[in-house]
Write a protein that binds this ligand. Structure first.
Ligand SMILES: Cc1ncc(COP(=O)(O)O)c(C=O)c1O
Length: 452
């Protein structure tokens, strides 16, 4: 008995269902998201899309309506100019439109054989980033899903470089970083069964290099230093030159976590903040943060990519037919199958040109400066820190922590502003991080007036 043919017959035999998706995609790219959208409870979602997976399927247009009318409105619109919490997103229209095409192209970009054209273009983008850091053409890497995976892949390569160099294995491997380092460093250390040694930071959140020196003098097993290039909570950029000196002195790998901040290398006026990065061993920067590209994408770059390959290259008999001498992106991080997630940034850079990127970064920096100035001049508000890159910390002079939460939630629900509290030096404060050149500083200040 033979099996019946697969019944994938409702789509796209009805051309309207494909057109509906394409038309929605087009409108969404041109109009952007609704800032009032947000999370729903599982019960509310179940009431509308529970039971949608059935034995016989449903009409494709009705299925797509579940996405457009229920799923999308139940998500937070980070790429709206009023989204100033966490590190939001601001993908260019070119990058979004291109990403839809990239999905349709279904390129396997894990190895050269599967995705040479796409990989070559991704590598051009990585070379541009490496050039901004002052690295040579020998540098290279890969785009991974996000900063967490980038940090993990870089730090695994760092430890393997230590082991491959024949250095003695300590009782415990350790990673040194600032107390302001992103939570992913702690998560990565847990995966690696390593320990994080945190060094105190100054009043602006920058690591204190003399303290790092002291810690290194009496701590064994440190194989890498992680520097902040735009600490998430406060925007601080560590003194990369001082950390490079320490790394050289102690024979350590220097990894720069610039998931958010290193995009500012594209603005010549901000580039000097990262002086010293030319001496690092690896860095990451997320195009989906401040580089105007869609989720999900993190550029991981090694100064010497062979060290990445020595750590990550996978071997398997079914892979033996692949050309090992070719540039296989799967060799440079913890993954095998991958989409060419660096291409939306490539397409956007190719379309608008690198000067537009520098200008967009400069504009967001100016917007953050205008918001900070406005906060400083508002009677009821106290500017605590910033802008450091585009992060601002501030608080209303007379408002309880509970009222602050209520205010933030009311703004979020109405779609006026996504501006959430954080903790700074033990106190609840408000935090703004601007990554969208279309954020209107006057509008933001108008909303903040309701706090004063
Ligand atoms: C400095 C920094 N490093 C790492 C990460 C983790 O990146 P991802 O969320 O892409 O995994 C973030 C995320 O905000 C970050 O700001």
């Amino acid at each position: 008995m033979t099996n019946p043919p697969p019944r994938f017959d409702g789509f796209p035999s009805d051309p309207d269902s494909l057109n509906r998706i394409l038309e929605w995609t087009r409108t969404r790219i041109l109009q952007g998201p609704d800032p009032r959208n947000g999370a729903q409870t599982p019960a509310a979602l179940d009431a509308r899309i529970g039971g949608s997976i059935t034995a016989n399927g449903m009409d494709p247009q009705a299925a797509f309506a579940l996405f457009s009318d229920v799923i999308v409105p139940s998500t937070r619109p980070f790429n709206h100019p009023t989204s100033l919490a966490f590190v939001a997103a601001a993908p260019t229209p070119a990058s979004l439109a291109f990403d839809a095409a990239l999905g349709a192209a279904e390129i396997f970009a894990g190895n050269w054989d599967g995705g040479s054209g796409a990989i070559h273009a991704e590598n051009q983008t990585l070379a541009w980033l490496a050039g901004l850091a002052g690295w040579s053409k020998d540098a290279g890497g890969v785009f991974v899903s996000g900063g967490t995976m980038g940090n993990l892949s870089a730090l695994h390569a760092a430890r393997m470089a230590w082991v491959n160099a024949g250095k003695p294995r300590p009782d415990r491997f350790r990673i040194l970083c600032s107390e302001q380092a992103h939570s992913s460093i702690e998560a990565v250390a847990q995966v690696m069964d390593a320990e994080v040694v945190k060094v105190s930071s100054d009043e602006t959140g920058r690591i204190i290099p003399t303290k790092a020196q002291e810690v290194l003098a009496h701590t064994s097993g440190v194989f890498a230093i992680v520097a902040n290039a735009g600490a998430t909570n406060c925007g601080a950029v560590d003194d990369l030159r001082a950390l490079a000196d320490l790394a050289t002195q102690h024979g350590l790998w220097l990894h720069v976590d610039g998931a958010y901040g290193l995009a500012a290398m594209a603005d010549p006026a901000l580039r000097q903040q990262f002086d010293g990065i030319e001496r690092a061993d690896s860095f990451i920067v997320d195009p989906h943060k401040w580089f105007f590209a869609p989720y999900d994408s993190c550029a991981l770059v090694y100064r010497d990519p062979i060290k990445g390959a020595q750590a990550h290259g996978q071997k398997g008999v079914y892979l033996d037919t692949l050309d090992q001498a070719a540039w296989n992106p799967s060799d440079y991080a913890l993954h095998l199958t991958r989409r060419a997630r660096g291409l939306p940034l490539w397409f956007s850079l190719v379309t608008y040109g690198t000067l537009a990127y520098g200008a967009a970064i400069a504009k967001t920096y100016e917007i953050a400066q205008q918001i900070a100035d406005g906060i400083e001049n508002m009677d009821g508000l106290e500017l605590i820190l910033g802008p450091q890159l585009t992060v601002i910390l501030f608080r209303p002079r007379a408002m309880s922590a509970a009222d602050l939460d209520d205010w933030a939630e009311a703004q979020r629900r109405s779609g006026a502003l996504l501006c959430l509290p954080t903790t700074w030096r033990g106190e609840k404060v408000l935090r703004i991080c601007v990554v969208n050149p279309e954020t209107d500083p006057d509008y933001v200040l108008e909303v903040l007036e309701t706090l004063a």
